[in-house]
Design a protein around this ligand. Structure first.
Ligand SMILES: *Cc1c(COP(=O)(O)O)cnc(C)c1O
Length: 373
């Protein structure tokens, strides 16, 4: 025994140096009446879909003695059909890949295109998991910057790419936590710059695209073999508990992630459940329309209260500007409303919930603003 006294028992382990002193990702999972902190869909799956899941899973259960379809061909085919139907751009099974949440998709991409000696660049504030997955795969993370209004300033973005020559570039549209969406022309210019710097992979995270005023950037895949669009069933589909994410890209990118994915990574139960959800996309997208109305209501009411509100294309709203964000976060929590502090100075983020949840949030905000002014 012996050795120096350590406060964190992890640090006593022979762990990788870059993980020392780090803390795991995670929004607090607190048991409060109104939880609006993780951009979940507030609507439970409809009964007809629950019944269909039970049916499909029962069917899968009869074959659980066997490994699942390693390449998830049926699921990828249905995902390609969904993307084609909703975006108007023809996508094939070979252009689609699925994994346990888009986080796993992103991890597989970084395992294949990042890794030790390589780097990835994103424009912060953005989805903090991009940096964390980079770190977990040994990829150096370069934190690029945005304008004060959270838009990506194109000239500055291109200069950052030229300077750092990253192997992977992350874009996020609509961006989490700001809610801002990207114009196709920005993605095209970033892509061109990233190819000039060294050919590099450009990943557009479209986790919230179903909530956007803008259409998907899938149309840009044509003629851009190093472009990837990632998607998830966690938000618009209301299936965060399912853990199903997917990507669309050139078939060669799909072949590349198969070099690093664990065999049989997507369980038969997961595949069966996701397939059932894809039979009910019309109902699920109906909830999205209601959530967009709720989002716009939150924007309007917060603006009416005198808050600074970032224009949102997602199912959440970034708002402020507070001298003490932590105090506002706590005051809302004291009133039973959990929102998110993403560490963006002066700003908090609230997810659009049900009409009643949003009313509770807005009432709490009115009370809190009275208190602090
Ligand atoms: C919520 C979110 C995801 C979803 O991740 P899953 O692993 O699919 O649940 C991906 N990207 C962004 C930007 C998100 O906010």
């Amino acid at each position: 025994m012996g050795g120096p006294r350590v406060s964190n028992p992890i640090d006593a382990l022979p762990i990788r140096d870059e993980l020392r002193g780090q803390s795991p990702y995670g929004a607090p999972q607190l048991d409060v009446p109104v939880r609006l902190n993780t951009n979940e869909n507030p609507y439970p799956l409809p009964d007809a879909l629950v019944a269909r899941i039970a049916e499909r899973v029962a069917d899968a259960a009869r074959h659980l003695n066997r490994y699942p379809d390693r390449d998830a061909v049926e699921l990828r085919t249905k995902l390609a059909e969904y993307l084609t139907r909703t975006s108007g751009f023809e996508l094939t099974t070979r252009q689609v890949w699925a994994a346990n949440g888009s986080n796993e998709v992103l991890q597989q991409l970084l395992q294949a295109f990042g890794g030790p000696g390589r780097s990835a660049l994103g424009f912060d504030p953005s989805y903090s998991m991009h940096a964390l997955i980079a770190r977990g795969t040994g990829t150096a993370w370069i934190s690029g910057t945005r304008r004060d209004d959270y838009a990506i300033e194109l000239d500055h973005a291109l200069a950052q790419i030229a300077e750092h020559r990253p192997h992977v570039v992350f874009l996020c549209s609509p961006n989490n936590p700001t809610g801002t969406a990207l114009e196709g022309s920005v993605v095209e210019a970033v892509y061109d710059a990233a190819q000039t710097a060294r050919p590099s992979l450009v990943v557009v995270d479209e986790a919230y695209v179903e909530f956007s005023h803008r259409s998907s950037l899938l149309g840009l895949l044509d003629g851009r073999p190093n472009l990837v669009v990632s998607r998830t069933m966690s938000k618009a589909f209301g299936a965060a508990g399912l853990r199903l994410g997917y990507l669309a890209a050139d078939p060669a990118v799909v072949d590349a992630v198969q070099l690093v994915r664990l065999p049989y990574h997507l369980s038969s139960v997961t595949q069966a459940t996701a397939l059932a959800c894809l039979e009910h996309t019309d109902t699920l997208l109906g909830y999205v329309a209601e959530l967009k109305r709720q989002r716009d209501r939150i924007v309007a009411e917060l603006t009416g209260m005198g808050c600074e509100v970032t224009a949102s294309d997602a199912n959440f709203v970034q708002f402020g500007r507070f001298a003490d964000t932590r105090a506002v976060w706590q005051a809302l929590l004291d009133r039973g409303v959990l929102v998110r502090d993403n560490g963006v100075p002066g700003m908090l983020r609230v997810t659009a919930g049900t009409e009643e949840e949003n009313a509770a949030f807005l009432d709490a905000m009115r009370a809190v603003l009275k208190e602090i002014t």
